[in-house]
Design a protein around this ligand. Sequence first.
Ligand SMILES: C[S@@+](CC[C@H](N)C(=O)[O-])C[C@H]1O[C@@H](n2cnc3c(N)ncnc32)[C@H](O)[C@@H]1O
Length: 238
Amino acid sequence: MRCVDRTHKSGQGDAAAGIDGHDGWMSIDPHDTFPAGFFRRTDESPDDRFYVPDRLLTHIDDRAIAAVGALYTELGLTGGVLDIMSSWISHFESPPEELVVLGMNEHELASNQVAAERVVHDLNVDPRLPFEDGRFDAVTCCVSVDYLVRPIDVFADVLRVLRPGGVFVCTFSNRCFPTKAVQGWLANSEPARCRIVAEYFRRCGGWTEPTVQLRTPEGTRGDPLYAVWAFSEPEPAG
Ligand SMILES: C[S@@+](CC[C@H](N)C(=O)[O-])C[C@H]1O[C@@H](n2cnc3c(N)ncnc32)[C@H](O)[C@@H]1O
């Protein structure tokens, strides 16, 4: 996705005219607005190698998993739900009517008992989701947003597959596969990571102002669970 920077519209003099062949409209890749190297990773090899071994385990502790499920219940995630960067569990307290899971490991996805449909798809190779526009009521991404090298493209396509008013919920803790997480994630504190995910929503556009919450009690033992979510804004009238 490339965003059009409307600050470079006409009326800024001749210097802006004709740049990029768009009569003064410049096209900006929002990922380039993050610091240099932000989206690089220690392990730049294709993700499908790293995710070959089945990991039929949990990546956060039971309390954090319960916090994910409680948030999904609180937000009323029902109907058609897409769980991206998914594995064998999707953490719902009560399963939605139709759960579609998308991830890297076929066997892990096959082991997801709640899923109605399973899709192996590398979002770092192709950030477009193989689903029609407006198909889902909600999209979830649990403990995985830190692995995306073009997150804003993915957020833009999540917006496309959501119905207007649908919600995208990102949850994460303080654990990760460090060689596969982007440098900008590793270099930042937990509160800053919340701001980073909120910025992905804002720089994508088309979302309501994101809500950011720590969903586990502050200052307690165990894995913290952070959540950042926003709703697809309705199309402007006219
Ligand atoms: C830490 S696990 C989290 C799994 C699951 N969401 C959970 O809550 O347990 C990271 C997941 O991200 C998925 N993933 C990693 N890189 C991916 C990519 N490039 N495209 C799609 N999924 C990816 C992997 O399949 C893996 O299941």
